[in-house]
Design a protein around this ligand. Structure first.
Ligand SMILES: Nc1ncnc2c1ncn2[C@@H]1O[C@H](COP(=O)(O)OP(=O)(O)OP(=O)(O)O)[C@@H](O)[C@H]1O
Ligand SMILES: [Mg+2]
Length: 405
């Protein structure tokens, strides 16, 4: 288990806001699988202090009640319900203060979802345990640089429950709404998701978002289609692209600077079967190697995009998949699943194989960094647009990028 150190850009705490341990809990709960040990847990007051330090707006009374009413369900994970407002906040700007007026204006034009903790009874999880995942989300989404990264979903503000659950008023995150839902839903509903350039562009967005997280020493740790959202592209996004993918769900993410640089990390994190083997089996790794776990999950996400939403593990049960992930045949098997499902040209196959080969290694230290994977996808996309489709030209580019030095 890694030891933790304090830091500032992600909001510092006395003690740590994510150090908890619990006994009885459902095994699929992200809140309850958090790996850290207990010391000095925070409660709602510390959470409010964090919002204040990171400059996250909190809705005042009148705006709060308008923002939390008339919601419909759009999704749920292990730890949250996600609902979307049926209507915008009305034509009139609400609130007294200047900040409230500004948020009111923003909420009016930006469709938003409300992400709300699924509260558990106090004997199952304390307030601090329940606030752990949402605290992680806020620290990352409100980070001074990451909050402006186009491939990350935007946190607009924090609201508060109007009625108590389990004797508590819980915070709600108001986040920009993805018109096309998550990436699994988008692929299922849109023929465009089968177009090579669209697949590449969405994967470039995802890899770009992950690379930015990594640049700021954050490992996402739960990359999967359901944790990527699809929006209509903003002007000046990728040329000719109608869609834009953004990362969401930072409940499992690890801020590396919370830990001593040389510390060892060992925990079950993420979602099976999409997590890296070291996170499935809680193998001890260096904390910084968590970035390589994202590279592995990215490769599996890529395989699902390339299979138009299918799974490379079709017909396998959990034990088979666990065995395969520790077997040298893993890369071959994932590639074979993709190519048996969807037809690709030779240069396209070369790209896919190269990425799988470079990212699905059992050992984290043998995987390519995600920014290199992004660069190779980008180059391939440019080459495709410029009609440089000769296999040897592309192989040459990929060879340069994806060859370990
Ligand atoms: N901003 C958004 N716009 C539209 N849909 C969203 C948005 N945020 C979340 N969702 C939907 O809600 C689902 C659950 O959200 P999220 O992944 O953030 O919660 P979670 O409880 O942490 O999930 P899990 O624990 O299963 O990974 C997403 O997969 C997506 O379908
Ligand atoms: Mg999720």
């Amino acid at each position: 288990m890694a030891s933790r150190v304090s830091e500032s850009v992600f909001g510092s705490f006395s003690g740590s806001l994510a150090d908890y341990q619990y006994a009885a809990a459902s095994t699929d709960s992200e809140l309850l699988n958090r790996p850290w040990t207990h010391h000095d847990p925070p409660g709602p007051a510390a959470f409010l202090g964090l919002l204040n330090r990171l400059g996250v707006p909190i809705l005042g009374r009148s705006l709060n009640s308008s923002a939390v009413e008339d919601q419909f369900f759009v999704g749920a994970g292990a730890s949250y319900d996600v609902t979307r407002a049926l209507r915008s906040l009305g034509d009139q700007h609400q609130g007294n203060s200047e900040v409230e007026q500004t948020i009111s204006k923003e909420l009016q034009f930006k469709k938003f979802v409300t992400k709300r903790i699924k509260p558990l009874p106090p004997h199952v999880a304390s307030d601090s345990v329940q606030l752990a995942a949402v605290t992680n989300e806020v620290r990352i989404l409100a980070h001074e640089t990451l909050k402006n990264v186009p491939q990350m979903v935007k946190l607009i503000c924090v609201a508060w429950d109007e009625v108590p659950t389990m004797g508590r008023y819980w915070p709600r995150l108001l986040i920009e709404a993805a018109d096309y839902g998550n990436l699994a839903e988008f692929i299922a509903a849109h023929e465009d998701a089968r177009v090579w350039q669209v697949k590449l562009a969405l994967l470039i967005d995802v890899a770009g978002g992950v690379a930015m997280l990594h640049q700021h020493h954050v490992a996402h740790c739960d990359l999967k289609l359901e944790n990527v959202l699809v929006f209509p592209a903003e002007p000046n996004h990728a040329p000719g692209m109608q869609y834009q993918a953004k990362l969401c769900d930072f409940g499992f993410s690890v801020i590396l600077s919370d830990y001593e640089p040389s510390s060892t990390f060992s925990a079950v994190l993420g979602t099976e079967p999409w997590n890296a083997p070291e996170l499935t089996f809680a193998k001890p790794i260096k904390t910084e190697q968590l970035l390589a776990a994202d590279a592995y999950s990215f490769a599996l996400l890529l395989s699902r995009v390339m299979m138009h939403g299918g799974t490379p593990f079709e017909g396998l049960d959990q034990e088979d998949i666990r065995r395969l992930k520790q077997d040298a045949a893993m890369t071959e098997q994932v590639g074979a699943s993709i190519f048996s499902r969807v037809e690709y040209s030779e240069p396209q196959k070369v790209l896919i194989r190269k990425i799988l080969l470079g990212t699905l290694s059992l050992e984290p230290q043998h995987r390519f960094p995600v920014h290199l994977v992004k660069a190779s996808l980008l180059l391939h996309s440019l080459a495709f647009r410029k009609q440089v489709t000769h296999p040897s030209a592309l192989s040459c580019i990929l060879e340069t990028l994806l060859t370990p030095r």
